[in-house]
Ligand binder design. Sequence first.
Ligand code: SF4
Length: 422
Amino acid sequence: MTAARPAAAPAHNVSDLPTIPVGSPLLLLGRGADADAERGVICAGDLPAPDDPTLVDRARRAKEILGDRVMILGHHYQRNQVIEFADARGDSFELSRQASIAEAPYIVFCGVHFMAESASILGREDQTVILPDLAAGCSMADMAEGHQVVDAWARLERAGVAAQTIPLTYMNSTAAIKSFCGERGGAICTSSNAAAAMRWAFDQARTAPGGDTDGGKVLFLPDQHLGRNTAVLGLGLELDDCVVYDPWQPDGGLTDRQIRDARVILWKGHCSVHARFQPAMIDRIRAERPEVEVLVHPECRHEVVLQADRVGSTGQIIRWVEEAPAGATIAIATELNLVKRLGQEHPDKEVVFLDDTVCFCATMNRIDLPHLVWVLEALIDGEVVNEVKVDTDTRRWARVALERMLALPGDDRSLVAAHASA
Ligand code: SF4
């Protein structure tokens, strides 16, 4: 149910939105927190001044000096000031693939903590992965802690369904949870292969020793929205086939009967950026611009996805904008840095942000040019700062889970096709 909204403000044309200047103050996340947590820690580096006019030249020079010794990976949600120095740009699936084939001894990951962890897991043992700001965590990944997932599995065992359940975690989760899934026959997915991964997981649940030939179950972590959208729109399950496990409630807030009857057990997590989008925003833009095409990411709420014209991963949204005819009006529900960049790269189309407030992913935005210059110049001086390294035990099973994911088709159009024909 959508809450009543105040009088609607006009949708933002992304070219009108303010550009965040280099070094803008952002939230100080996780001051003093555990360095292994997705909350991140305060970055205590001796950073260049944010208003240093030579920052761009310093970054160029540092890249030139380091040459093949460093590979910079940039997620699509990164700021322009950072992405322009990326050797490879992509969503988390593509960047995982790049990390798995990178030759450079140093990988500077311009993204968030769980992505750098994945690069550490997939890279060679002798490679070093650097996250320019260790406070760049992910609020969604933070919603599932390793011990909570262990408790949830014990809950499934008590309900008598663990043997017929395959755990599947979204890429946006800690290395410990990826490892948990790998060790229990599960895998990892991204928004570009979630339906293929969920089909794969059901196949495993049916064919595993002690599995359930009638169908099996999937425990989907940690994004309930991606899990629900995938199950219903990608695999054709009913909404009632899904239940939500709340790690903060006794027994996950579910009875044994609810767990036994469910096909998909969704973890109660979400993306704080994508969950902001509401169906009323789509109503408003359609009232203002009847010709608009609405593209949304599957991390959005199910009721938002149902009203959209298309639902797809970051990579798919980029392709749809590229393929749209000149003069098209396109409203997009995903992270704002990407939407702004698409507007700048396609001036012949009108690209608008679906939300009526400016909403970047605060943690993605923590990586800025001062941090990038800082880690690159430190490398030139022979110093590694902000290394992200996954311990050997965790790495072993997390790598198995990631490799299962990489073996799946990377460009999953089934979710889109199912929605288009719905
Ligand atoms: S956009 Fe959402 S899921 Fe992605 S890093 Fe930010 S909080 Fe996490």
